[in-house]
Design a protein around this ligand. Structure first.
Ligand SMILES: Cc1cc2nc3c(=O)[nH]c(=O)nc-3n(C[C@H](O)[C@H](O)[C@H](O)COP(=O)(O)OP(=O)(O)OC[C@H]3O[C@@H](n4cnc5c(N)ncnc54)[C@H](O)[C@@H]3O)c2cc1C
Length: 307
């Protein structure tokens, strides 16, 4: 009997990637929508969840050698992926070595992939104050430090003692406070991958801190859109006021673009409907910004990062 060769399209051989010789599992064409809160957008050319720092270093160095752009996704609560996806490597620090949390005396050390809420709880349980006001901010500690997350009770940058980062060639260094700069929802950690950080906190009564944290959690839950995770915070708060107040004053509560709508009870949030696209989100952010500029003469700065 004649044997027919199997057509190439029916073989199960994985697609070749520039990382195949590194002994790591890189996924080509990973859809990014389910790695972000908004749940919209296309795929990453390559996606990688390293098991440890050495594996990450190999991939980071290869990306530099081949001029492949690289981004880290944390909790994906502040990222908008375009419809065309991301034409490079997206790394997610989800493995155990990147998510450890340890508290010693007044220092809380956390891997960048640890959820911020878990870091806040660990600090509070250990009787350490300074992070409670961040309990309702979604995402990872890495994302929080890079974007200097915070609110009216303060920013995380105030508490950062040092940060362990990986550079583009795969080397690791520790940057202490003197080399770090934090401003409103900004840090100078835009040239590296944050791997871990150490936060300096104040001793306090664990029972009182727990109450304060619970109060902040309830307050946060009360203002954030409920019943859906497909939301984003649109703008930074300008000095001396809030983006929410300005959007409301400018009559922006009713604005929508396709399936993206402003969340009327708290107008600095945008909610993405089931068939929402990245373009809907982008144009709603622009629409709200234009409205505030035209009616109040104030230029809002977007918080959400478009990849
Ligand atoms: C409901 C809701 C409420 C929010 N409330 C607040 C609030 O009160 N205050 C506030 O400040 N923000 C708030 N945000 C915005 C957002 O949650 C924060 O900016 C958060 O800190 C982002 O963390 P993340 O891990 O989700 O980062 P991601 O969204 O995954 O990433 C954000 C940016 O940081 C980069 N990044 C992430 N991790 C790393 C890393 N390890 N190394 C290098 N770069 C990295 C990414 O590449 C990306 O550019 C809110 C968002 C939502 C949806």
């Amino acid at each position: 009997m004649t044997k027919h060769p199997t057509p190439a399209s029916e073989t199960s051989a994985p697609l070749a990637t520039p990382f195949d010789d590194l002994g790591v599992a890189v996924s080509p064409g990973e859809p990014l929508a389910h790695h972000t809160w908004l749940g919209v957008g296309g795929s990453a050319a390559y996606f990688f969840e390293p098991v440890d720092v050495e594996a990450l270093a190999r991939v980071v160095a290869r990306c530099r050698e081949r001029a492949i752009p690289l981004r880290v996704v944390g909790g994906g609560s502040n990222v908008l992926v375009p419809a065309g996806g991301y034409p490079g490597m997206v790394v997610r620090l989800s493995a155990a070595p990147f998510c450890a949390i340890a508290v010693q005396e007044t220092i809380c050390q956390a891997g960048a992939g640890a959820k911020l809420v878990h870091v806040v709880s660990a600090a509070v349980q250990a009787g350490l104050a300074g992070l409670e006001m961040l309990v309702d901010v979604p995402g990872t500690i890495g994302g929080a430090v890079v974007g200097n997350a915070g609110g009216h009770g303060g920013d995380i940058g105030q508490r950062v003692r040092d940060v362990t980062v990986m550079l583009g060639d795969g080397t690791v260094e520790v940057r202490d406070r003197s080399r770090l700069a934090f401003e409103s929802r900004w840090s100078n950690l835009d040239d590296c991958i944050v791997i871990a950080c150490r936060l300096e906190l104040d001793p306090d009564d664990a029972g009182l801190l727990t109450k304060r944290m619970q109060k902040q959690w309830i307050l946060g839950r009360g203002t954030q859109p409920s019943g859906t995770r497909t939301v984003a915070m649109m703008f930074k708060d300008p000095l001396g006021t809030t983006a929410e107040a300005l959007i409301s004053q400018a009559g922006g509560r009713e604005l929508r673009s396709g399936e993206a709508t402003v969340y009327p009870p708290h107008a600095n949030f945008l909610v993405a409907g089931p068939r929402c696209t990245s373009d809907d989100v982008r144009s709603l952010v622009e629409m709200v910004r234009d409205r505030v500029r035209q009616r109040l003469g104030v230029e809002l700065t977007p918080l959400i990062q478009v990849w």
